[in-house]
Design a protein around this ligand. Sequence first.
Ligand code: SF4
Length: 172
Amino acid sequence: MSERYPNIEGGACADLAPGVAAKYFDINTQKQVFERQTAIAICGHCVVRAACLEASLVKPDAELHGVTAGLTPVEIRTLKQWRSYDLGTTDEIPSRPRPALVQVEQSHAASAAVEYRRTTTLTFDERVRGVFLDLRSGKYNETGGISQAIGAIAFIREQMDANAAAGKRAAA
Ligand code: SF4
């Protein structure tokens, strides 16, 4: 269940270890560039992003914060303006261009690889190697793919550290 949108089940941000979602998603998107890129990469793989985006488009501007559905508050506000223009509720052409949504289409092989990694105990090195194999196979094929791969590696490290810490606490 997504903490950002409690009525949306299955959000990728909801699967993060405690505190990790806040670190990457509840940020100043202008200043925290690395965190923003990481959150956008996570949203790019989220299966409920369409629903998340719809929910964000009906949220009041004042409640938009951090990264949601792979977009910053400015981008979501711009998308709202474009939607109003497209629907004919305003004649004013938005001053900013339409925000591009990061699309990460997974092949069957990539999906199977994700599932394998999710259910198998791999070392950090093995997981990083997997990211580079994905990069080479064109999984991160949009502009900024290297940044997204780096974000994915940071995310893996963060998750492994958080899981290790949780394991130690449980064992204590
Ligand atoms: S699209 Fe992004 S913010 Fe929305 S539920 Fe998925 S991971 Fe979370």
